[in-house]
Write a protein that binds this ligand. Structure first.
Ligand code: ATP
Length: 383
């Protein structure tokens, strides 16, 4: 097919590496010498997937039921400044391979001949389980490669080759990583926390002492990071575990430095608030009051990190949420003549609290409480 349209096409990078390691991989990267987009359209006639094209970059993405295929026109990159994004130009396969990070990612498979092209001895490094850069300025050019090296090392159980490790340490002590934008740093952290088993990788971040200066001196947590929450978003949960030891001033500093998404910010402050009230988690009311508006990921993180007493309190909270549902709702309030407003939630919360504390039991009790609160509101009193 590549012959028919006059281009050379190669499967490159992670897919070839993982195939040689007998690991499953559903992401295929194809580099095309020539018109990558034309190649992508012809390939998609065979694959019958959905195609998305970026003319400006000469790239395309095909999604099928089982695979995602990224097609790029081969490119050459060079770096003007450390930590900045590279300048990109059209190039050959050799150029495209050369711009890549480590030898294990620099293998290509010629789709026409089924031959592996191995310019930098990547197959040897895969055999010997080594992460190796191919030039001494690699980490200076792009310090995010420090995180990438650590990520592959932790994921695959590979060692960072001696000279590469020397360069990596040198780049860390020269502070190259501090030229990288906050967003790119956090992107690397999210990639790490999205790994199947991030714990070993986070331990390496600490081992190479990258964490302190990047993260406001927070003592990054390296335990329980391979766990998942019962419910909720796994990345947010692991992010909260990662920063679990942050105290108030640390959180303020992190917020200033990084552009966290809203739910990540509220997760951090939820953890802080739960921790501040931890000694109060003794009876149903204080358990309910402490945990009721907190993100499930924050509650899960506390559950994972804390002792048996706290775990029991959280289990009680889960029971309360499961069992103690009100039998009345907003419709009942409306029937009593109050206009819908945030006061509805206030009233229902109050009644739920009465139920949690055991003051009321059934629907009849709930209606009685409801009448009581509605009358108060109508008289203009606070509830
Ligand atoms: P994964 O690493 O998650 O298994 P992958 O190997 O396909 O997937 P990606 O992060 O998707 O890795 O990147 C695709 C390829 O692009 C990599 O194999 C690597 O060679 C190259 N690459 C990605 N980021 C960089 C970088 N910062 N510097 C140099 N090369 C990079």
């Amino acid at each position: 097919m590549s012959e028919k349209i006059g281009v050379n096409a190669y499967i490159v990078g992670g897919y070839v590496r993982d195939k040689l390691l007998n690991l499953e991989s559903n992401d295929i990267d194809i580099t095309v010498e020539g018109d990558g987009i034309k190649f992508a359209f012809v390939l998609n006639e065979i694959l019958d997937g959905t195609i998305e094209v970026h003319d400006k970059f000469g790239t395309a993405k095909i999604k099928t039921e089982n695979f995602q295929v990224d097609i790029v026109s081969a490119r050459k990159e060079y770096y003007d400044h450390s930590g900045m994004l590279p300048v990109v130009e059209r190039g050959s396969l050799a150029d495209d391979i050369k711009r890549r990070d480590f030898t294990i990612n620099m293998l290509a498979l010629d789709v026409k001949t089924n031959q592996i092209i191995d310019i930098y001895n990547g197959q040897n490094d895969i055999k010997n389980k080594l992460i190796r850069v191919v030039h001494d300025k690699s980490f200076v050019d792009d310090p995010t490669r420090i995180f990438r090296a650590i990520r592959y090392s932790g994921r695959l159980g590979f060692k960072i080759e001696q000279h590469t490790e020397y360069l990596l340490k040198e780049s860390i002590s020269n502070g190259d990583i501090f030229n990288v934008s906050a967003d790119r740093i956090m992107n690397e952290i999210y990639l790490i926390l999205s790994e199947k088993k991030p714990e070993q990788i986070v331990k390496l971040i600490k081992y190479y002492k990258i964490d302190k200066r990047l993260f406001c001196d927070v003592n990054i947590n390296t335990t329980n990071l391979n766990t998942s929450p019962k419910k909720g978003d796994i990345l947010l949960y692991r992010f909260l575990l990662f920063f679990y030891n942050a105290v108030k001033e640390d959180i303020d500093c992190l917020i200033k430095k990084y552009n966290f998404k809203r739910e990540y910010l509220s997760g951090l402050s939820d953890i802080y608030n739960i921790k501040m009230n931890m000694s109060n988690l003794t009876d149903n009311i204080s358990i309910y009051n402490t945990l009721k508006d907190k993100r499930i990921e924050a509650i899960s993180a506390v559950y994972t990190m804390e002792n048996l007493n706290i775990r029991r309190a959280i289990e009680k909270y889960y029971d309360i949420m499961e069992l103690q549902k009100l039998e009345i709702n907003g419709e009942d309030i409306k029937r009593l003549g109050l206009q819908p407003s945030p006061v509805y939630k206030q009233i229902l919360d109050k009644i739920l609290l009465d139920k949690v504390s055991g003051k009321i039991k059934d629907r009849e009790d709930e209606i009685k409480s409801l009448l009581y609160y509605v009358e108060k509101i109508k008289r203009g009193e606070k509830i």
